[in-house]
Write a new protein. Structure first.
Length: 99
């Protein structure tokens, strides 16, 4: 559980240390829909959009996928719940774990 909490706390820091355009020109096609059928799905560009949103580059983020406006806050909420849950399980904060 200590490792999980450490990784959770370290993830946003690592993403801030990487440049906002880190995932822009990787040259690797990870989306199966795009790779096999050459069709963009609703999630296409979301990794790049989240990375730009994380760096407060909102125009670039929306360019890659406008869904980032809803997805990024959701990711932050899930991250906060996971951190609270891990901290509660380790007895670092008072209260019950969420899960």
């Amino acid at each position: 559980m200590h490792i999980w909490l450490g990784l959770l706390l370290l993830t946003p820091i690592v993403l801030w240390l990487l440049p906002g355009d880190f995932f822009d020109n990787m040259g690797i096609e990870l989306c199966p829909s795009k790779a096999f059928f050459d069709v963009e799905c609703f999630g296409c560009g979301m990794t790049r959009a989240v990375m730009h949103f994380h760096h407060f580059q909102f125009t670039d983020a929306i360019y890659y996928n406008i869904g980032v406006v809803a997805i990024y806050p959701g990711l932050v909420v899930v991250w906060v719940i996971w951190v609270k849950d891990a901290a509660a399980k380790l007895g670092l904060v008072k209260g019950k774990s969420v899960v």
